[in-house]
Structure formats: C-alpha cells, structure tokens
Design a protein around this ligand. Structure first.
Ligand code: BMP
Length: 216
C-alpha cells in the first residue's frame, strides 16, 4: 500500500525509524521545524529510508524559495509548494534547483479543508495551467473530495498524487487510492496514537481492504 505519514510533531528518531519500516515515507513541515529546528528535521529524514517529503507549503518568489530549501536538499527528496504563485520567477526556479540535485517538486492542486473550495477550486482553471507549465513530479489533492483526485488522475496519468485528509479530517484509508491517488498522507491518526508504528500498520491493512473493494 502507499502510505506517507505526516509527522507534524517531533517524534523520537526511533519512532520515525519504526514508522518508516511500516510506511513508504514521512512528511514533515513547519510545525516540526518551528518546534524542533533544522537539526531534528535533517535527523528525521536521515532516519527514514523511504520517501522524505519536506512540506513547507512554499509560496514566494523563486530566490527565496530556493534559499529556504537549500539546507534540506539532498536529505529530503520531495518538496511541496503552493501552485498559485505561478511559474515564472517562482516555481520554475524552485523546480530547477530541486531537480538539479535529484529532488522532486510537488504542487498543491487543491486542499482537504472545507475552505479550499473558496479559492483553490474556484481557481481550478488557473491552477491547472500553472501545473501544466511547471510540470511537477507530483500533486497534492484532497482525500476528502475524491472527485478532484479522479479529475487529476484522468488529466495527469503519470504524475504522483499525494492525498491528505484521511483519519482526523474524515476520509477513510484507501478511499483516495481508489480514486487514483498514488499515496495517502495520514498524520494525527498515527502520530497521536500511543503506538504510532502499530497504527501505521493498521492503516495499511485498512488501505488494503478498501483497495480490494474499489468500485469500478
Ligand atoms: P492529518 O492526517 O493529521 O489531518 O494531517 C494531514 C497532513 O496533510 C498535515 O501535515 C497537513 O499539513 C497536510 N495537508 C492537509 O491536511 N491538507 C492539504 O490539503 C494539504 C496538506 O499538505
């Protein structure tokens, strides 16, 4: 199954290692950077053999985004940015820098919270045109609205689709995979459990059960 654990609180490095044995990788971001600092961020990524997603939801001019990710290049392999800042002078710079060292760029196509319909979905035509221009490795799309995942999968058969919104936000494991996502991102359900490694394993089992019964 395809599971990325959103580690939004600084768990022990041993727990991260355990999670990474059960899941395909981890995603960390601003909460852990603010709470635990750059050193922990680098140690967490080094402890994980799988996919290491740095999710700073970048949304700035190119040189600032490039400078922001610099300490993490070569340690994290996947970088998330907002798409609404556009390509020229922004995302094209970030993409070049990340790919120069073998990394991958992921753009937010839409989000999982209810307010995402106010701007992201209203602006879908513009967002898709930025995605076409930048041509990132992957996209973020909401497990809470699987019809968006289905649309993106039809439009971009070969892009990775990373889907958050499972567990605490209401979607069930496997639902986004059934809609065409490549990975499901699960945070609090796993990191808030007294046994995060066991909980990651349980999520995988639920993904498997759901995926074996996807409606055509
Ligand atoms: P949780 O499973 O605890 O709700 O965590 C979801 C994770 O996915 C968080 O790290 C959040 O930043 C991220 N995320 C999200 O929830 N919705 C989005 O649209 C995009 C995200 O990156």
């Amino acid at each position: 199954m395809a599971l990325i654990v959103a580690v939004d609180k600084p768990l022990s490095i041993t727990t991260i290692q355990g999670i990474c044995r059960e899941a395909d990788g981890i995603k960390t971001g601003l909460p852990t950077l603010v709470e635990a600092g750059t050193r922990w961020m680098l140690d967490a990524a080094k402890a994980c053999k799988g996919i290491r997603v740095l999710d700073l939801k970048l949304a700035d001019i190119g040189p600032v985004m490039v400078r922001t990710v610099e300490p993490f290049l070569g340690v994290y392999d996947t970088f998330i940015a907002h798409s609404f800042v556009g390509s020229k002078g922004a995302l094209e710079d970030l993409k070049n820098e990340v790919e120069r060292v073998g990394g991958r760029l992921v753009l937010v196509a839409s989000m999982s919270h209810p307010g995402a319909t106010e701007v992201y979905d209203e602006s879908a035509r513009h967002i898709l045109s930025v995605i076409d221009k930048v041509d990132p490795w992957g996209l973020v799309a909401p497990a809470t609205r699987p019809q968006i995942i289905e649309m993106l999968r039809r439009r971009y058969p070969r892009k990775a689709i990373l889907s958050p919104g499972i567990g605490a936000q209401g979607a069930k494991p496997g639902e986004a995979l059934c809609a065409g996502a490549s990975y499901e991102i699960v945070g609090r359900r796993i990191t808030g459990s007294p046994d995060p490694v066991g909980e990651a394993r349980r999520v995988r089992v639920e993904q498997y059960e759901k995926l074996s019964n996807c409606k055509p």
